[in-house]
Design a protein around this ligand. Sequence first.
Ligand SMILES: [Zn+2]
Ligand SMILES: [Zn+2]
Length: 77
Amino acid sequence: MAKCEVCGNDYEMSFEVHAAGAVHTFDSIECAAQRMAPICENCQCRILGHGLQADGQFYCCAHCARQKGVAELADHA
Ligand SMILES: [Zn+2]
Ligand SMILES: [Zn+2]
């Protein structure tokens, strides 16, 4: 049992996410997404899929990247 680091819920089904050498504990995918998922620079939605990255900025899709002037990105095929 471990406490969710986002909402503090002590839940028996909590799980760990190992990322960049750190270990995070969450009770739900929703909390994990809130803590871990990058946010699209254009539409501010949480990026739960692969997303796109350019100049350290994240975009949910090539359309959003283009909206911000990043022309060379294309959606994952
Ligand atoms: Zn939680
Ligand atoms: Zn977007």
